[in-house]
Design a protein around this ligand. Structure first.
Ligand SMILES: [Fe+2]
Length: 296
């Protein structure tokens, strides 16, 4: 690295400006297409694909009907209630349980490769590092919990249409790698801005509850960073010099992040190469999201 490039890197991590108010609404509107239009009109489908290609993030309004949302929320509430009230929580569900004080499986790859659903209660890290998402319940393979959930999850995710959209947006075929259901209850220790590795992958997020304000812990995205090599290089150089994880976006001064406020039933799709994070929640807040990861 040249001394000039070194001087251009800030001495401390820098955050993007978080858009708010009418300005946030205006930016969000540019990224939004009604789901029904995308499903029925070729013109809207191509507009949605271009938006995702160009900005790295897209909102599909009203992708899921309220009845299905209510059914899936009721299933999840009953499941977690049964686990948290019971003295023998393992008997309450057809899943591998990782409780806060009783872990039965370790490591992300083992969660993904598990044949049954995995209900993973996230806890504070033993070494005290931040970004633990403590308080979150991350359910891997929620479609494997029971037949009702299999039907509901399938009908919420619209996988064939979304896979076609990703193909049109990136000119590459993508396949579903893993489905998750996140229940965040007062999660405050969220990871800062980062990317999910440098290979191309996408996630779709179906909001099962309203995310109306920052207190609800919205997903935040920095549009266009998925194809902005300068932003990535600045963070990479800072991370090397300061011993940070190489996938953190630590140099985002001058960029603007969009909190993805959404109504229950909306779907957000994003390129995971772009800078993103979950905003910390108010201690009393609750947010449920169904997530699909698409990989090549
Ligand atoms: Fe991420």
């Amino acid at each position: 690295m040249t001394s000039t490039a070194q001087r251009s890197i800030e001495a401390v991590p820098t955050l993007p400006e978080l858009l708010a108010g009418p300005e946030r609404d205006r930016h969000a509107e540019q990224l939004t297409v009604p789901f029904s239009h995308v499903a029925r009109s070729k013109r809207s489908f191509l507009r949605a694909a271009w938006t995702l290609h160009h900005h790295g993030v897209l909102v599909l309004r009203q992708a899921v009907e309220p009845e299905r949302l209510q059914a899936i929320n009721t299933e999840v509430d009953q499941l977690l209630d049964g686990i948290e009230r019971s003295e023998s929580p393992d008997l309450n569900c057809n899943a591998i349980l990782n409780l806060p004080d009783k872990r039965s499986i370790k490591g992300y790859d083992n969660f993904v490769d598990a044949e049954r659903a995995v209900i993973n209660y996230r806890v504070k890290r033993a070494d005290g590092r931040s970004g633990s998402d403590a308080g979150m319940v991350d359910i891997f393979h929620p479609e494997r919990l029971n037949d009702t959930m299999a039907t509901l999850v399938e009908s919420c995710l619209h996988e064939r249409l979304i896979a076609r959209l990703l193909l049109a947006a990136s000119w590459r075929p993508f396949q579903v790698k893993c489905r998750n259901l996140y229940v965040n209850r007062g999660v405050q220790d969220t990871r800062g801005y980062h990317c999910d590795g440098r290979s191309q992958k996408f996630k779709s997020f179906v909001f099962l509850t309203d995310v109306s304000e920052l207190n609800d812990g919205p997903y935040c995205y920095v549009p266009t960073t998925h194809r902005d090599k300068r932003a990535w290089r600045r963070s990479r150089n800072f991370n090397k010099l300061n011993g940070c994880n190489r996938h953190e976006y630590t140099q985002l001064q001058g960029y603007r992040a969009l909190p993805m406020l959404a109504r229950a039933g909306d779907m957000v799709i994003s390129s995971q190469r772009g800078a993103h994070r979950g905003h910390p929640q108010h201690p009393e807040a609750r947010r449920s999201v169904l997530v699909n990861m698409y990989q090549r």
